[in-house]
Design a protein around this ligand. Structure first.
Ligand SMILES: Nc1ncnc2c1ncn2[C@@H]1O[C@H](COP(=O)(O)OP(=O)(O)OP(=O)(O)O)[C@@H](O)[C@H]1O
Length: 357
């Protein structure tokens, strides 16, 4: 009977996974006690929502084939560390670093980075957010923390600012914008390095890094100095943004950072009054670029006034309306990023965070 159950479990394989539930090793144990079947599943990446999907697809079918009164699902997330390819020393306690980039400014990179970080948390992970957009730090405002300061501990280290269940740090907390705006490249990258390594991030499954927009020297330097595991590229569907997204992908390839895929932001407009969907910038651009580079189109986010309004309010849509359709879109993309990252490389033991780290 257990064999039949395993057979059914092995039929669960979402398109974004390289392996099914059983052959990936995610089913840890199955146990039959008094006609009650206990199934223990552990995912090595953020993905709490999979629990509902797995139950929806399999619960009824398992009960049909086996003489059991009930299935008890035990679901757990234990994020694994994926080996980095760029050779930069890791940050103690931080398992995976995901860089969010864009070939040009204004495509919604920071808004997307913030919502994805919060979505990863809602999908069961411990998450940090580093605002590496030295020349235009917007994370403090987006998280409703403008004017906050990280607490200084032992005269050298900083405790990151906590906001909506993630921790973050930003040059915007530390120096006035006018000061950072005149820094030249080496100064900017030195400042970033200090924020990155002098912040006591604690134990994090994912640190999301919001890179400055563009594909110039400064972005290249930052991408090289951060122990990045993988990157995602945000674009809008217009031709110009897509050309720059291509440059972004090429930049990461140059520094041996795998690109997990493209996210198309402002893909289509959704009218907040009638819900009408309109593709104002045309369609298919993001998927064409993804196809050309052999990477995934991780998802499409609509242009929606609530995303903008909630960002301006410092309560991003994923936390202000966690059960809404827009939050579901961000969570779907976050899950896809998390699973693609897991299947993209080899796991390795994580570094341990201690108070002296
Ligand atoms: N999907 C969306 N729907 C509606 N508004 C959005 C969406 N994404 C971003 N915006 C809005 O677009 C503007 C630019 O977004 P954001 O600051 O995130 O872009 P950015 O690419 O990080 O910019 P820069 O690189 O110049 O810092 C903001 O006003 C933001 O609220």
């Amino acid at each position: 009977m257990i064999e039949t159950v395993h057979q059914l479990l092995s039929e669960f394989k979402p398109a974004s996974w390289d392996k099914d539930l059983v052959s990936a090793g995610f089913v840890k144990k199955t146990e039959l006690i008094d006609r009650k079947l206990h199934i223990y599943i552990q995912l090595p990446f953020a993905g709490l929502t999979w629990e509902n999907e797995i139950q929806e697809v399999l619960d009824e079918r398992i009960r049909q084939v086996a003489d059991i009164s009930r299935v008890w699902w035990h679901f757990d997330i234990q994020v694994e560390t994926i080996a980095r390819k760029n050779g930069v020393p890791p940050i103690a306690g931080v398992k995976n670093i995901i860089a969010v980039s864009s070939g040009k400014g204004g495509v919604g990179k920071s808004t997307t980075a913030v919502n994805l970080a919060l979505a990863l948390h809602q999908e069961g992970a411990k998450v940090g957010l580093l605002d590496a957009d030295i020349y235009g730090p917007s994370i403090p405002m987006l998280l409703g923390k403008a004017g906050a300061h990280p607490e200084i501990i032992d005269e050298k280290h900083m405790r990151p600012v906590k906001a909506h269940s993630v921790v973050c740090n930003s040059i915007g907390f530390l120096v006035p914008e006018s000061e950072a705006a005149v820094w030249r490249g080496p100064m900017a990258s030195k400042a970033l390095s200090q924020i990155l390594y002098d912040t006591r991030w604690g134990e994090l499954d994912y640190l999301v890094v919001d890179l400055p927009p563009g594909t110039g020297d400064i972005q290249l330097t930052i991408a090289q100095q951060v122990p990045t595991t993988a990157a995602v590229v945000i674009t809008t569907p217009q031709d110009l943004a897509l050309i720059d997204a291509r440059k972004g992908i090429a930049m990461f390839e140059k520094v041996h950072i795998p690109v997990l895929g493209i996210i198309e932001n402002m893909s289509y407009h959704i009218c907040s009054k009638c819900g009408h969907k309109e593709k104002i910038f045309g369609e298919g651009g993001g998927s064409k670029v993804a196809e050309q580079y052999g990477i995934e189109l991780l998802g499409q986010i609509p242009l929606h006034i609530h995303i903008r309004e909630q960002s301006d309010d410092g309560t991003p849509i994923v936390v202000s309306d966690p059960n809404g359709k827009l939050a579901a879109t961000y969570k779907r993309i976050a899950r896809k990023i998390a699973s693609s990252l897991y299947f993209s490389g080899k796991t390795e033991p994580g570094t341990i965070f201690t108070v002296n780290s």
